[in-house]
Write a protein that binds this ligand. Structure first.
Ligand SMILES: *Cc1c(COP(=O)(O)O)cnc(C)c1O
Length: 429
């Protein structure tokens, strides 16, 4: 298969040979824990490669041994995921959190320093602020408003600059859509690298998904996904992925072998099905998001809409957006006029849009970050990062755009009516 073709053309075929599976057009599900060797010599050769006892011969494919190490469904999936991000290699995990925690554990040892962007996904924030310090890793955070020189100063003032090993970014940030400049972080990594220590940059690209941003092209060493979101795209599975160059991926895959947190053949098979429609799903989701952001932008019950398609052209965020992203995605966060009461009233009124956490799926999902996905954060930090009580987060699906707009406007109108009645009562009293 010609790798020069666009990824969407290759999602139905790349990495699968029908002749190895009775001519089946689609990869069957390989529900097997172990694989028979043709000869003892072959088994020995497979193990030598798997354990790094010798280098790969030219054109040699690693042999199948045992499904914790590899499985045809997992292998085809990983090969196809590499195409979007132009990565050398990919490791698929049983969750986004296992992809993230395995990466952090591989690149950080006791005494090391981690620099990370804030806010991040709640689970990541918890792992960084509670687990990593317990094994002696020092963690310092920065925000999207920080300039390069300020971040360098933060690291230098920590007194552990020579122990910096990893810069971990989440951009766009969940739930605020705040952007971090990946190229700037790669420069900071180079600034703190020495001859025998190269500081790595890892980017959680879940919130944008794999179509409109490829962090490796902007200088990142690793890109991470919760495949539960856009990649899976149907709210029916949990999975994660890490992609990057051969050197870093060998390390991630080796730790995965020993933690045993790879995805199952069943999950991999479902993800292969999802990948065939990834691009059309995401294009439709983005198209709907653009229409919703426009239709709601001047509604009197809305204080503010954060959508990457509507950034102020003079802002620093817009410059990062233009450099880093070729699409505006399908995630909106919306500040309602009022507080938690008004935000909840809207969530409770919606009929088509479902009240649930998670994102990137075919159905539209809405939630209240301050009391749900980001409930674990302390109040001050939430306010500082813009996660206020009147903020709701919308993940736009593939439904009819006008039906989604009507659903939202109806909910807004119902609280506007109550709002008005209440103000009138106050005046009468
Ligand atoms: C959901 C999510 C994760 C965690 O992924 P799981 O598949 O739920 O473990 C990590 N990062 C971001 C940005 C997410 O949205």
């Amino acid at each position: 298969m010609n790798k020069k073709m666009k990824p969407e053309s290759l999602m139905m075929s790349y990495g699968y040979k029908p002749e190895l599976s009775e001519g089946a057009v689609k990869p069957p599900m390989f529900l097997t824990s172990t694989f028979a060797f043709k000869t003892a010599e072959e088994g020995k050769a497979f193990f030598e490669l798997a354990y790094g006892l010798r280098n790969k011969n030219e054109n040699e494919e690693p042999g199948l041994i045992y499904s914790r190490i590899n499985n045809p469904n997992l292998e085809i999936l990983e090969n196809r995921l590499c195409l979007w991000d132009k990565a050398d290699d990919c490791a698929v995990f049983e969750s986004g959190m296992s992809a993230i925690s395995t990466t952090l554990l591989e690149f950080l040892k006791p005494g090391d320093l981690l620099l990370y962007s804030s806010p991040t996904y709640g689970g990541t924030a918890h792992f960084i602020s509670h687990f990593l310090p317990s094994i002696g890793v020092k963690c310092i955070g920065f925000e999207s408003s920080h300039e390069k020189e300020e971040i360098i100063k933060l690291v230098e003032e920590s007194g552990k600059a020579e122990n910096l090993q990893l810069i971990y970014l989440e951009t766009p940030a969940n739930p605020t859509n705040k952007l971090i400049d990946i190229e700037m972080c790669a420069e900071i990594a180079r600034y703190f690298s020495s001859e025998d220590n190269s500081v790595k940059v890892a980017v959680d690209n879940t919130y944008m998904g794999p179509i409109w941003c490829h962090p490796l092209e902007h200088g990142a060493d690793l890109v991470i996904y919760s495949a539960t979101k856009y990649i899976g795209g149907h709210s029916d599975l949990i999975a994660g992925a890490v992609l990057g160059g051969h050197g870093v991926m060998n390390r991630v895959k080796t730790l995965r072998t020993f933690l045993g947190n790879m995805a199952s053949p069943h999950t991999a098979w479902l993800l292969l099905r999802s990948l065939e429609t990834l691009k059309i799903r995401m294009e439709k989701q983005m198209g709907n998001a653009v229409k919703i952001a426009d239709a709601l932008s001047d509604h009197p019950m809305i204080q503010e809409i954060n959508y990457l398609g509507n950034l102020d052209k003079n802002s620093r965020s817009f410059k990062i957006f233009e450099k880093q992203y070729s699409g505006s995605g399908a995630m909106l966060s919306i500040k309602i006029r009022g507080g938690e009461k008004e935000a909840f009233a809207i969530l409770n009124q919606l009929k088509l849009i479902k009240l649930a956490v998670s994102l990137g799926s075919t159905e539209s999902l809405i939630q209240h970050p301050a009391s749900m996905t980001h409930a674990g954060m302390d109040k001050e930090a939430k306010i500082k990062l813009g996660i206020t009580d009147n903020l709701i987060r919308l993940s736009v699906g593939i439904e009819n755009a006008q039906d989604l707009i009507n659903d939202f406007v109806n909910a807004l109108e119902s609280i506007r009516f109550n709002h008005k009645n209440q103000s009138e009562k106050l005046i009468l009293n």
